[in-house]
Design a protein around this ligand. Structure first.
Ligand SMILES: *Cc1c(COP(=O)(O)O)cnc(C)c1O
Length: 394
């Protein structure tokens, strides 16, 4: 444990130095409201347009579409709801299997379960923490069976494998070319969980715009926030219209009548949240610059530290560096926890990565491949304070 202690102390020293020795508590990722947030939110209060209608929702959708280069963006109450609707509109049926990394936030699998479908856990690459397309290809070649309806079925369960949901971990884009090719070959729909990667580029193209759907999240700890919120991205106008319809109680437009043609959802983002979002989105280009500065500083310091590796963006991508991460060489939970203890005691709220989803009680019996990389990474990964406060004084 002596080694773990000195490694932990070294990490504390790096964060202390970068943050200018202020003694301030540094959360993992806090929001910053230094733009037009007050102005836009006040406008909602002054005009009374706080809820399910108002100009900020349309404006946020339009600005998100131009920022991401997506043809359409539909704002919703949170990223989980965005995933839920994207999966439904992708045609996911109850009891179908959806390929998803085990190394992701629980929301990715929950949205699948909300469709009464089954998460089928697959492995990630240690290089970028994203879904490993080569391994997926080999795995599907082994367990997948093509039937005359064109679908790929799981030989072991007899269930159709409908879709694949890659997730761009901490903002680092998944290697998508190979994955797109595998998805096409096995006739799988691809939905990108880009909740963490607003502003990240895969070979120059924004994440979330390559799959049939992409989703982003505006939770309080994401690169920009609407308090709570999310959006569905799609290039398909008919699907965008359906997403809007389904997330607004499937109401048929009429001056006064309440007619609905489906079991819809009340997932529309309130105008109050959209106002906050419009102001935050204006600041995202600056956030991206500052996040890259912080990542560069962390990388420079950690390069000189034996025993751990700083997670860098893949060569093919530009990451938004939402959360900075280090990978401890020694895969040992006790070492990880000692580093977490020391950083947290110093007021630097570092965190481990999520418990792999196949280890959670509700997903323990789901189908999966062998997941040694995921299980090892869980023992090695630590996220460092990555919000705007870290470099404030530095
Ligand atoms: C934040 C996040 C979501 C969505 O979360 P919400 O809190 O529902 O907005 C989904 N997937 C991942 C990987 C996330 O990090």
């Amino acid at each position: 444990m002596e080694e773990a202690r000195s490694l932990g102390q070294a990490v504390v020293d790096v964060i202390r130095e970068l943050s200018g020795n202020t003694g301030a508590v540094l959360p993992l990722h806090e929001p910053e409201f230094a733009g037009n947030e007050w102005l836009y939110v006040k406008e909602c209060l002054d005009t009374g347009w706080v809820s399910s209608a108002g100009r900020f929702v349309d404006r946020l959708e339009g600005e998100l579409a131009s920022f991401t280069g997506s043809k359409h963006a539909v704002a919703v109450v949170n990223g989980t709801a965005a995933l839920h609707i994207a999966l439904l509109l992708a045609g996911v049926q109850p009891d179908e299997e959806i390929l998803v990394p085990s190394l992701t936030f629980v929301a990715t699998a929950n949205a699948i379960a909300h469709c009464h479908a089954i998460p089928h856990f697959v492995e990630v690459s240690a290089a970028n923490l994203g879904l490993d397309a080569a391994r997926l290809d080999a795995y599907l070649s082994e367990i997948g069976e093509r039937r005359s309806d064109g679908g790929t079925y799981n030989r072991l369960t007899g269930k159709r494998i409908r879709a694949v949901v890659p997730m761009h971990t901490f903002g680092h884009p998944v290697e998508l070319d190979k994955l797109v090719e595998v998805a096409e070959r096995f006739n799988l729909i691809m939905i990108e969980d880009a909740a963490e990667s607003l502003g990240s580029l895969y070979k120059g193209t924004p994440t979330g715009t390559i799959g049939q759907f992409g989703i982003v999240s505006f939770n309080g700890n994401k690169i920009m926030t609407t308090g709570g919120g999310g959006a569905i991205l799609t290039q398909n106008s008919a699907l965008a219209a359906k997403a809007k319809h389904l997330t607004t109680t499937a109401k048929l437009p009429h001056k006064w009548a309440f007619d609905h043609d489906a079991v819809g959802y009340n997932y529309r983002m309130p105008n109050l949240n959209a106002a906050l979002g419009c102001a935050q989105l204006e600041r995202v280009p600056e956030f991206l610059i500052r996040k890259r500065q912080l990542a560069n500083r962390y990388r420079d310091r950690f390069q000189k530290l034996p025993g751990l590796k700083f997670l860098e963006e893949p060569a093919y991508a530009t990451s938004n560096y939402w959360l900075n991460a280090i990978i401890i060489e020694q895969a040992d939970e006790a070492v990880r926890d000692e580093i977490l203890r020391l950083t947290n005691e110093a007021g630097f709220l570092a965190r481990p990565v999520w418990t792999p989803l196949h280890e959670l009680p509700m997903y323990r019996d789901c189908p999966r491949m062998l997941l040694p990389v995921t299980e090892k990474l869980h023992k090695q990964l630590i996220n460092l304070p990555s919000g705007p406060a870290v470099l404030k004084e530095g």
